[in-house]
Design a protein around this ligand. Structure first.
Ligand code: ZN
Length: 339
Protein backbone atom coordinates (compact mmCIF):
# COMPACT_ATOMS: atom_id res chain seq x y z
CA UNK A 1 0.00 0.00 0.00
CA UNK A 2 1.32 3.41 -0.97
CA UNK A 3 0.74 5.89 1.86
CA UNK A 4 -0.54 9.37 0.95
CA UNK A 5 -0.15 12.82 2.48
CA UNK A 6 0.02 16.50 1.49
CA UNK A 7 2.98 18.90 1.56
CA UNK A 8 1.11 21.46 3.65
CA UNK A 9 -1.08 24.36 2.67
CA UNK A 10 -4.48 24.27 0.96
CA UNK A 11 -6.55 27.19 -0.37
CA UNK A 12 -8.60 29.22 2.10
CA UNK A 13 -12.35 29.31 1.40
CA UNK A 14 -13.41 32.59 -0.24
CA UNK A 15 -15.40 33.60 2.86
CA UNK A 16 -12.25 33.33 5.01
CA UNK A 17 -9.60 35.07 2.88
CA UNK A 18 -9.20 36.40 -0.67
CA UNK A 19 -8.68 33.33 -2.89
CA UNK A 20 -5.67 32.69 -5.14
CA UNK A 21 -3.48 35.09 -3.22
CA UNK A 22 -0.48 34.54 -0.97
CA UNK A 23 -0.56 36.60 2.27
CA UNK A 24 -4.30 37.24 1.67
CA UNK A 25 -5.85 39.29 4.48
CA UNK A 26 -8.49 37.60 6.66
CA UNK A 27 -12.10 38.50 5.98
CA UNK A 28 -13.15 37.81 9.58
CA UNK A 29 -11.81 38.93 12.95
CA UNK A 30 -11.78 37.94 16.60
CA UNK A 31 -13.90 34.94 17.62
CA UNK A 32 -15.49 34.79 14.15
CA UNK A 33 -12.03 34.41 12.61
CA UNK A 34 -11.14 31.55 14.93
CA UNK A 35 -14.44 29.84 14.20
CA UNK A 36 -13.94 30.36 10.46
CA UNK A 37 -10.43 28.90 10.54
CA UNK A 38 -11.72 25.87 12.45
CA UNK A 39 -14.58 25.31 10.00
CA UNK A 40 -12.19 25.63 7.05
CA UNK A 41 -9.71 23.17 8.58
CA UNK A 42 -12.50 20.73 9.36
CA UNK A 43 -13.82 20.89 5.80
CA UNK A 44 -10.34 20.15 4.44
CA UNK A 45 -9.72 17.30 6.88
CA UNK A 46 -12.99 15.68 5.80
CA UNK A 47 -12.12 16.26 2.14
CA UNK A 48 -8.68 14.68 2.57
CA UNK A 49 -10.17 11.66 4.36
CA UNK A 50 -12.71 11.15 1.57
CA UNK A 51 -9.98 11.54 -1.08
CA UNK A 52 -8.01 8.71 0.50
CA UNK A 53 -5.24 10.85 2.04
CA UNK A 54 -3.79 8.83 4.94
CA UNK A 55 -1.79 11.48 6.80
CA UNK A 56 -3.92 14.62 6.86
CA UNK A 57 -3.17 18.23 7.80
CA UNK A 58 -5.01 21.43 8.66
CA UNK A 59 -4.14 22.88 5.24
CA UNK A 60 -2.56 25.81 7.15
CA UNK A 61 -5.99 27.39 7.54
CA UNK A 62 -4.92 29.03 10.80
CA UNK A 63 -2.01 31.03 9.37
CA UNK A 64 -1.64 33.71 6.74
CA UNK A 65 1.86 32.67 5.66
CA UNK A 66 3.99 29.62 6.38
CA UNK A 67 6.85 31.60 7.93
CA UNK A 68 5.23 34.67 9.43
CA UNK A 69 2.43 32.57 10.93
CA UNK A 70 5.09 31.36 13.36
CA UNK A 71 7.08 34.57 13.69
CA UNK A 72 4.02 36.59 14.70
CA UNK A 73 4.15 34.81 18.07
CA UNK A 74 7.83 35.42 18.76
CA UNK A 75 9.30 38.21 20.93
CA UNK A 76 12.42 40.04 19.77
CA UNK A 77 11.06 40.89 16.32
CA UNK A 78 10.22 44.48 15.39
CA UNK A 79 7.32 44.46 12.93
CA UNK A 80 7.46 48.25 12.55
CA UNK A 81 11.01 48.00 11.32
CA UNK A 82 10.35 46.48 7.91
CA UNK A 83 13.39 45.90 5.72
CA UNK A 84 13.36 45.20 1.98
CA UNK A 85 15.43 42.10 1.52
CA UNK A 86 16.32 39.98 -1.50
CA UNK A 87 15.23 36.54 -0.35
CA UNK A 88 16.05 33.02 -1.61
CA UNK A 89 19.50 34.29 -2.67
CA UNK A 90 18.03 37.45 -4.19
CA UNK A 91 15.43 35.67 -6.32
CA UNK A 92 12.83 38.23 -5.24
CA UNK A 93 12.43 41.15 -2.87
CA UNK A 94 10.16 40.96 0.13
CA UNK A 95 9.29 43.31 2.96
CA UNK A 96 10.42 41.53 6.08
CA UNK A 97 10.43 42.39 9.79
CA UNK A 98 13.67 42.78 11.74
CA UNK A 99 15.12 40.83 14.68
CA UNK A 100 16.21 43.48 17.19
CA UNK A 101 16.83 41.41 20.36
CA UNK A 102 17.11 37.78 21.52
CA UNK A 103 14.12 35.84 20.19
CA UNK A 104 11.72 34.21 22.63
CA UNK A 105 8.52 32.19 22.22
CA UNK A 106 5.80 33.95 24.17
CA UNK A 107 3.53 30.92 24.26
CA UNK A 108 2.07 28.19 22.16
CA UNK A 109 1.74 29.08 18.46
CA UNK A 110 -0.20 26.16 16.96
CA UNK A 111 -1.23 24.30 20.14
CA UNK A 112 -4.93 25.24 20.17
CA UNK A 113 -5.48 24.67 16.45
CA UNK A 114 -3.60 21.37 16.57
CA UNK A 115 -5.64 20.17 19.54
CA UNK A 116 -8.79 21.07 17.58
CA UNK A 117 -7.67 19.01 14.58
CA UNK A 118 -6.43 16.10 16.72
CA UNK A 119 -9.86 15.77 18.32
CA UNK A 120 -11.58 15.67 14.94
CA UNK A 121 -9.76 13.03 12.94
CA UNK A 122 -8.69 9.45 13.57
CA UNK A 123 -6.26 9.67 10.67
CA UNK A 124 -2.60 10.35 11.26
CA UNK A 125 -2.04 14.09 11.59
CA UNK A 126 0.82 16.13 10.20
CA UNK A 127 1.78 19.66 11.21
CA UNK A 128 4.19 21.94 9.40
CA UNK A 129 6.60 24.52 10.80
CA UNK A 130 9.02 26.78 8.93
CA UNK A 131 12.60 25.52 9.02
CA UNK A 132 15.34 27.58 10.74
CA UNK A 133 17.26 28.41 7.54
CA UNK A 134 14.10 29.52 5.76
CA UNK A 135 13.10 31.69 8.74
CA UNK A 136 16.52 33.38 8.60
CA UNK A 137 16.02 34.01 4.90
CA UNK A 138 12.65 35.66 5.53
CA UNK A 139 13.63 38.08 8.30
CA UNK A 140 16.28 40.81 8.66
CA UNK A 141 18.89 40.51 11.43
CA UNK A 142 19.96 43.48 13.56
CA UNK A 143 20.92 41.41 16.62
CA UNK A 144 22.68 38.05 16.05
CA UNK A 145 25.21 39.10 13.43
CA UNK A 146 25.37 35.68 11.79
CA UNK A 147 22.78 33.50 10.10
CA UNK A 148 23.89 30.24 11.74
CA UNK A 149 23.66 31.87 15.21
CA UNK A 150 20.20 33.28 14.47
CA UNK A 151 19.09 29.93 12.99
CA UNK A 152 20.08 28.11 16.18
CA UNK A 153 18.12 30.60 18.28
CA UNK A 154 15.01 30.04 16.14
CA UNK A 155 15.62 26.28 16.11
CA UNK A 156 15.37 26.24 19.89
CA UNK A 157 11.96 27.95 19.71
CA UNK A 158 10.80 25.59 16.96
CA UNK A 159 11.84 22.68 19.17
CA UNK A 160 9.72 23.97 22.07
CA UNK A 161 6.75 24.24 19.72
CA UNK A 162 7.38 20.85 18.08
CA UNK A 163 7.59 19.06 21.44
CA UNK A 164 4.27 20.62 22.41
CA UNK A 165 2.62 19.53 19.14
CA UNK A 166 3.98 16.01 19.59
CA UNK A 167 2.48 15.85 23.09
CA UNK A 168 -0.91 16.82 21.61
CA UNK A 169 -0.70 13.75 19.38
CA UNK A 170 0.73 14.90 16.09
CA UNK A 171 2.19 11.98 14.10
CA UNK A 172 4.46 13.90 11.71
CA UNK A 173 6.17 17.25 12.17
CA UNK A 174 7.52 18.75 8.96
CA UNK A 175 9.96 21.61 8.70
CA UNK A 176 9.66 23.60 5.47
CA UNK A 177 13.09 24.49 4.10
CA UNK A 178 12.69 25.89 0.56
CA UNK A 179 15.79 28.01 1.35
CA UNK A 180 17.94 24.83 1.30
CA UNK A 181 17.75 25.08 -2.44
CA UNK A 182 19.07 28.62 -2.58
CA UNK A 183 21.99 28.10 -0.18
CA UNK A 184 23.07 24.57 -1.10
CA UNK A 185 26.55 24.65 0.42
CA UNK A 186 25.26 25.99 3.74
CA UNK A 187 22.91 23.05 4.26
CA UNK A 188 25.81 20.79 5.20
CA UNK A 189 27.66 23.57 7.03
CA UNK A 190 24.86 24.53 9.43
CA UNK A 191 21.40 23.92 7.91
CA UNK A 192 21.14 20.30 9.02
CA UNK A 193 22.55 21.14 12.48
CA UNK A 194 19.81 23.74 12.91
CA UNK A 195 17.18 21.21 11.78
CA UNK A 196 18.50 18.69 14.28
CA UNK A 197 18.19 21.29 17.04
CA UNK A 198 14.59 21.97 15.97
CA UNK A 199 13.76 18.24 15.99
CA UNK A 200 15.71 17.34 19.15
CA UNK A 201 13.94 14.84 21.40
CA UNK A 202 11.00 14.25 19.03
CA UNK A 203 9.81 10.64 18.85
CA UNK A 204 7.18 11.24 16.18
CA UNK A 205 8.14 11.17 12.52
CA UNK A 206 10.07 14.21 11.35
CA UNK A 207 10.13 15.53 7.81
CA UNK A 208 11.80 18.27 5.81
CA UNK A 209 10.14 19.79 2.74
CA UNK A 210 12.44 21.23 0.10
CA UNK A 211 11.36 22.67 -3.21
CA UNK A 212 11.82 25.09 -6.05
CA UNK A 213 9.02 27.32 -4.77
CA UNK A 214 5.40 28.13 -5.53
CA UNK A 215 4.27 28.87 -9.06
CA UNK A 216 4.79 32.65 -8.72
CA UNK A 217 6.38 34.50 -11.65
CA UNK A 218 9.77 35.10 -9.96
CA UNK A 219 10.10 31.37 -9.32
CA UNK A 220 9.00 30.45 -12.85
CA UNK A 221 11.66 32.82 -14.29
CA UNK A 222 14.29 31.38 -11.97
CA UNK A 223 13.36 27.81 -12.88
CA UNK A 224 13.65 28.68 -16.57
CA UNK A 225 17.24 29.77 -15.92
CA UNK A 226 18.27 26.46 -14.37
CA UNK A 227 18.70 24.47 -17.55
CA UNK A 228 17.28 21.16 -18.70
CA UNK A 229 18.08 19.19 -15.58
CA UNK A 230 17.83 20.53 -12.05
CA UNK A 231 20.72 18.97 -10.18
CA UNK A 232 20.95 21.44 -7.24
CA UNK A 233 19.76 18.73 -4.84
CA UNK A 234 22.83 16.60 -5.47
CA UNK A 235 24.93 19.11 -3.56
CA UNK A 236 23.16 18.64 -0.23
CA UNK A 237 21.40 15.26 -0.45
CA UNK A 238 24.38 13.47 1.14
CA UNK A 239 24.04 15.73 4.21
CA UNK A 240 20.28 15.19 4.23
CA UNK A 241 20.58 11.43 3.92
CA UNK A 242 23.04 11.40 6.85
CA UNK A 243 20.67 13.52 8.95
CA UNK A 244 18.35 12.25 11.71
CA UNK A 245 15.26 13.61 9.90
CA UNK A 246 13.03 10.68 8.84
CA UNK A 247 11.37 11.98 5.68
CA UNK A 248 12.22 14.25 2.73
CA UNK A 249 9.45 15.89 0.70
CA UNK A 250 10.20 17.12 -2.81
CA UNK A 251 8.54 17.79 -6.16
CA UNK A 252 8.57 15.17 -8.89
CA UNK A 253 5.52 16.11 -11.00
CA UNK A 254 6.47 18.21 -14.06
CA UNK A 255 9.78 18.92 -12.39
CA UNK A 256 13.13 18.85 -14.09
CA UNK A 257 14.73 17.22 -11.07
CA UNK A 258 16.15 13.96 -12.43
CA UNK A 259 14.46 11.18 -10.45
CA UNK A 260 17.80 9.43 -10.09
CA UNK A 261 18.70 11.93 -7.32
CA UNK A 262 16.08 10.16 -5.18
CA UNK A 263 18.55 7.29 -5.08
CA UNK A 264 20.77 9.49 -2.88
CA UNK A 265 18.14 9.36 -0.10
CA UNK A 266 18.36 5.64 0.49
CA UNK A 267 17.99 5.92 4.29
CA UNK A 268 14.95 8.22 4.16
CA UNK A 269 11.26 7.94 3.52
CA UNK A 270 10.64 10.02 0.42
CA UNK A 271 7.49 12.11 -0.03
CA UNK A 272 7.26 12.03 -3.79
CA UNK A 273 5.40 15.05 -5.15
CA UNK A 274 3.03 13.70 -7.79
CA UNK A 275 0.81 16.78 -8.03
CA UNK A 276 2.03 19.90 -9.81
CA UNK A 277 0.96 22.94 -7.76
CA UNK A 278 2.10 25.47 -10.38
CA UNK A 279 -0.63 24.71 -12.95
CA UNK A 280 -4.41 24.52 -12.84
CA UNK A 281 -4.70 21.34 -14.91
CA UNK A 282 -5.92 18.51 -12.74
CA UNK A 283 -3.83 15.37 -13.02
CA UNK A 284 -5.54 12.12 -13.91
CA UNK A 285 -5.08 9.22 -11.47
CA UNK A 286 -3.05 7.52 -14.23
CA UNK A 287 -0.66 10.49 -14.42
CA UNK A 288 -0.21 10.44 -10.64
CA UNK A 289 0.44 6.70 -10.72
CA UNK A 290 2.95 7.17 -13.56
CA UNK A 291 4.96 9.75 -11.57
CA UNK A 292 5.00 7.49 -8.53
CA UNK A 293 5.87 4.43 -10.60
CA UNK A 294 8.85 6.26 -12.11
CA UNK A 295 10.07 7.16 -8.62
CA UNK A 296 9.85 3.49 -7.59
CA UNK A 297 12.92 2.85 -9.71
CA UNK A 298 14.92 4.74 -7.04
CA UNK A 299 12.79 4.43 -3.87
CA UNK A 300 11.49 1.14 -2.38
CA UNK A 301 7.68 1.08 -2.14
CA UNK A 302 7.77 0.91 1.68
CA UNK A 303 9.78 4.15 1.77
CA UNK A 304 7.64 5.98 -0.80
CA UNK A 305 4.84 8.29 0.31
CA UNK A 306 2.68 9.94 -2.36
CA UNK A 307 2.42 13.68 -1.83
CA UNK A 308 1.84 17.03 -3.54
CA UNK A 309 4.85 18.91 -4.96
CA UNK A 310 4.39 21.81 -2.54
CA UNK A 311 1.63 23.75 -0.80
CA UNK A 312 -1.57 24.38 -2.76
CA UNK A 313 -2.57 27.66 -1.03
CA UNK A 314 -2.50 29.83 -4.20
CA UNK A 315 -4.75 27.50 -6.26
CA UNK A 316 -8.52 27.88 -6.75
CA UNK A 317 -10.31 25.70 -4.23
CA UNK A 318 -11.96 23.45 -6.84
CA UNK A 319 -8.60 22.82 -8.50
CA UNK A 320 -7.01 21.82 -5.18
CA UNK A 321 -9.96 19.51 -4.49
CA UNK A 322 -9.57 17.87 -7.91
CA UNK A 323 -5.84 17.42 -7.35
CA UNK A 324 -6.33 15.86 -3.90
CA UNK A 325 -8.84 13.41 -5.33
CA UNK A 326 -6.41 12.54 -8.14
CA UNK A 327 -3.60 12.01 -5.62
CA UNK A 328 -5.64 9.55 -3.58
CA UNK A 329 -6.95 7.74 -6.66
CA UNK A 330 -3.52 7.58 -8.33
CA UNK A 331 -1.85 6.14 -5.23
CA UNK A 332 -4.68 3.59 -4.95
CA UNK A 333 -4.17 2.59 -8.58
CA UNK A 334 -0.49 1.95 -8.00
CA UNK A 335 -1.13 0.11 -4.71
CA UNK A 336 -3.50 -2.24 -6.56
CA UNK A 337 -0.90 -2.80 -9.23
CA UNK A 338 1.77 -3.60 -6.63
CA UNK A 339 -0.65 -6.06 -5.04
ZN1 ZN B 1 7.40 23.87 -1.39
Amino acid sequence: MITTTIAGSLPKPSWLATPEKLWAPWKLEGDALQEGQQDAALAWIKFQEDAGIDIVGDGEQFRKHFVHGFLEHIDGIDWDRMTTMGIRDDRYDAQVPTVTSAVRRTGSVHGASTRFCRQRTRHKLKMTLPGPMTICDTIADAHYGSRPAMAMAFAELLNQEALELEAIGVDVIQFDEPAFNAFMSQVGEWGVDALHRAAEGLKCKTAVHICYGYGIQENIDWKNSLGEEWRQYEEFFPALNDSRIDQVSLECANSRVPLSVLGMLKDKEVLVGAIDVACHDIETPEQVAATLRAALEFVDPERLIACTNCGMAPLPRAVAEGKLTALGAGAALLSKELG
